[in-house]
Ligand binder design. Structure first.
Ligand code: ADP
Ligand code: MG
Length: 336
């Protein structure tokens, strides 16, 4: 019939659009899904939207499908399902035979979201970098002279009874100084000096150092290095990046824990993976990774990862983390 003909034309129009579009009734049954939808989520096979998109057995808590009526306003929202973020537009739609359906359109904005958080992170790194360059030296100079005077005083005979206090003060100054040194490496304008290096070789050279660190804490280290092509790297920076990740991994584990470092190729990328078997991180920590001065440790500086992220950004590399109760894995992926 003409109506059937018209419906076909409408569906073929929807098929050509770049968003995932589907029509469903208020019992969640999907009446139509366009090509893009099937490409993203697979064939319908009589499944409901929440089974397909969320892998869930019940509708989402705040679903509008049930409440929408013929004259409801369109609803726009952002939602996440299975590691992906979508923009979702939904509006009532009356089918040619009078049935009330809900038309939904999904746009995958996962990459856009990632880029946004990445930009915010880099902006805060930049800001801190500018501060670092500006104030770190100004703080370091007076520290150095105070340290000198303390040492001079402590060497005097009559100060002997205060020896412990002097040692403590010098120790604290040294700690402050080492934080400033770390902070300075975030300084803006610190340029990478890149040469051809093999990540595997840099790791191999670090092995003894990492091993001693691990053994001192009664922990194990395993290296699994696949052959990988050379990269343009600043060796000093990459060593620092590795050590920062290794340190965090070791610190996350109780004695007996095993840290695993891997290199391998994956989809045109060289991957460095640092996996620990610690307690993992909560959602808030995961969100804040790389924010300068964010730390959950009593004696932490919260600079280790910030430095890793800034080194990665200078190496066209990207850092991601996967964390669960069995531990955490950091991935550094270098573009070839
Ligand atoms: P710091 O180690 O000084 O705290 P970092 O920037 O290295 O600073 O790390 C920031 C925070 O990220 C840590 O305090 C910790 O909460 C979390 N974190 C980093 N790596 C791990 C890991 N491997 N396992 C669990 N938590 C981690
Ligand atoms: Mg750290």
């Amino acid at each position: 019939s003409d109506l059937e003909e018209e419906k076909k034309r409408l569906y073929s129009l929807l098929d050509g659009l770049p968003a995932a579009i589907f029509l469903q009734d208020r019992q969640f049954k999907i009446h139509f899904a366009n090509k893009k939808f099937i490409e993203l989520f697979g064939p319908l096979e009589g499944r409901t939207c929440y089974q397909i998109i969320e892998d869930s057995r019940t509708p989402c808590d705040d679903c509008h499908t049930v409440t929408m009526t013929e004259d409801s306003d369109p609803v726009y929202e952002i939602f996440s399902a299975k590691d992906k973020t979508y923009e979702l537009y939904q509006q009532p739609y009356v089918d040619y035979n009078g049935t009330l359906l809900i038309a939904k359109m999904l746009i995958d904005v996962t990459e856009k979201k990632k880029t946004e958080t990445e930009i915010v992170r880099l902006q805060s790194l930049n800001l801190v970098g500018e501060m670092a360059a500006g104030i770190a030296h100004e703080i370091r100079n007076p520290l150095t002279s105070v340290r000198g005077f303390l040492q001079m005083l402590s060497s005097k005979q009559e100060q002997n009874k205060y020896r412990d206090f002097y040692d403590l003060m010098v120790g604290e100054l040294d700690r402050a100084n080492s934080i400033i040194t770390e902070f300075l490496s975030l300084a803006k304008g610190s340029k990478s000096e890149k040469k051809r290096h093999n990540l595997g070789l840099i790791l191999t050279n670090l092995y003894p150092l990492i091993l001693v660190d691990a053994l001192n804490q009664d922990k194990e280290v395993v290296f699994e290095l696949e052959n990988i092509p050379d990269l343009m790297l600043d060796q000093k920076e990459i060593r620092q990046l590795i050590l920062n990740l290794v340190r965090n991994g070791l610190e996350a584990m109780t004695p007996g824990g095993k840290l695993c470092l891997r290199t391998y190729l994956e989809k045109e990328k060289i991957v460095l993976a640092v996996q620990d078997h610690g307690g993992g991180m909560d959602e808030a920590t995961l969100k804040n990774l790389g924010t300068p001065f964010f730390t959950t440790k009593e004696k932490g500086t919260g600079l280790g990862l910030a430095i890793c992220y800034s080194i990665a950004s200078r190496h066209n590399a990207n850092i991601s983390a996967q964390s669960g109760p069995e531990g955490t894995t950091f991935f550094v992926k270098f573009g070839l």
